[in-house]
Ligand binder design. Structure first.
Ligand SMILES: C[S@@+](CC[C@H](N)C(=O)[O-])C[C@H]1O[C@@H](n2cnc3c(N)ncnc32)[C@H](O)[C@@H]1O
Ligand code: SF4
Length: 374
């Protein structure tokens, strides 16, 4: 099995915190679907005929594309790859793009999962983040999606926001869990280097929240998740039973994927490659028939690190017998030793061959995982 990711590098405007590759203009947008179609043709053999189980339009803002353009890309994928019958087809969308007509058209062309960038359900947060939508629009978009027939809806929220409070966060959670969602991605705000928000922190204009507040907000998230039967299955992802993101899960399970569009990454088990982080550069190479992504062959150490960095973020954890078989006895023994160190502090668990970070310690997982890296 395998997956396909399409990076849509367009946003109506840039949010102050965001570091994903996108431009706030329509440069090259008219020919974007044609270029992706061509890239699909050029890279049709990358997945080695493995059936495509998941397709994910991420961004940027995929919902700024017309449904004709999205449909064209999906048709090209079906023409050149074997797409599984029950494939998961996700589109990231901004709430203010989701009119009922747009939602209905998405359904017609085969999109069966939405990931809606709600971020907060409090207008003062949304204003501070520079979002285009307000809380009512986000609630309406999610309800409309359900009403037109989407049964698999995820929303994104951000916590740990400066100027926010635990009360506002709890209000967000209560409103979010009342929505017809099956999945929730909850990210702690990251001050990405180079973003306007990062500059404001450096100049003292914005003060990051105290670590204790982040911990309290994380605990509130877990309380609500438990109350509403959502499983915290990955550091930033929670879902109802059977509704984990199949696409993102495949990244965490080392399943192969092809990435299309500027800045997209691909992985085929041996090497990782990535497209130019520029619409123009990427487009020119596709026009010349040379997708030409930069690539690196992963060394054994990089593969081990990759394995820990992905698997230990999840509740299914890492498998000592897999480590033993793929990276050698010494690596498995080291991992076991390190796990014991964290298990005695109550942060990790060992169940047979499976080692994992306990979900209540997901917030500090980066600090734990670093000790497993070679
Ligand atoms: C690639 S963005 C695309 C989603 C869509 N364009 C939107 O903004 O609604 C995916 C998600 O990443 C999260 N995100 C982006 N930058 C972040 C940051 N600096 N810290 C935490 N979360 C962030 C947001 O929750 C966002 O919805
Ligand atoms: S958060 Fe979404 S809308 Fe905002 S700049 Fe990033 S990708 Fe674009």
């Amino acid at each position: 099995m395998s997956g396909i990711y399409i990076h849509v590098p367009y946003c109506k405007r840039k949010c102050s915190y965001c570091d994903f590759y996108s431009v706030a203009n329509d440069s090259g947008k008219n020919e974007f679907a044609n270029l992706i179609e061509k890239e699909i043709e050029l890279r049709a053999s990358y997945l080695n005929k493995s059936p495509v189980e998941t397709i994910y339009f991420g961004g940027g803002t995929p919902s700024t594309l017309t449904t004709e353009a999205i449909g064209k890309i999906l048709n090209a994928i079906s023409k050149h790859f074997t797409v599984a019958k029950n494939s998961e087809v996700t589109l990231e969308a901004n709430p203010d793009d989701l009119s009922i007509e747009y939602l209905l058209n998405l359904q017609k062309i085969g999109v069966n999962r939405l990931s809606i960038g709600v971020q907060s359900l409090c207008d003062s947060d949304l204003k501070q983040l520079g979002r285009r939508h307000n809380a009512t629009e986000a609630i309406n978009a999610t309800n409309h999606a359900k009403k037109v027939g989407f049964s698999n809806i995820s929303i994104d929220l951000i916590y740990g926001l400066p100027y926010s409070s635990n009360q506002i966060w709890e209000h967000n959670l209560a409103k979010a869990f009342a929505l017809p969602i099956t999945h929730l991605s909850c990210y702690h705000l990251i001050y990405e280097s180079g973003t306007p928000l990062h500059k404001n922190v450096k100049s003292g204009l914005v003060k990051p929240v105290d670590e204790n507040i982040s911990v309290e907000q994380f605990k509130l998230l877990q309380q609500y998740a438990q109350q509403f039967n959502f499983e915290h299955y990955e550091v930033s992802n929670l879902s109802k039973k059977e509704y984990r993101s199949r696409h993102n899960t495949s990244y965490w399970k080392q399943i192969h994927y092809l990435g299309l569009g500027p800045s997209a990454h691909s992985y085929n088990g041996v090497s990782r490659c990535w497209n130019a982080r520029s619409i123009e550069q990427w487009g020119n190479s596709i026009k010349k028939g040379l997708p030409n992504p930069e690539s690196e062959t992963l060394t054994k150490d990089e593969k081990i690190n990759e394995y820990f960095l992905t698997s230990l973020r999840t509740i299914w954890g890492a498998d000592l017998s897999y480590i033993n078989n793929n990276f050698g006895k010494a690596s498995a023994e080291l991992a076991q030793k390190m796990t014991v160190k964290y298990a005695v502090r109550g942060k990790m668990a060992i169940d047979g061959n499976i080692i994992r970070i306990k979900p209540e310690h997901f917030l500090t997982s980066d600090g734990i995982i670093i000790d497993f890296l070679v």
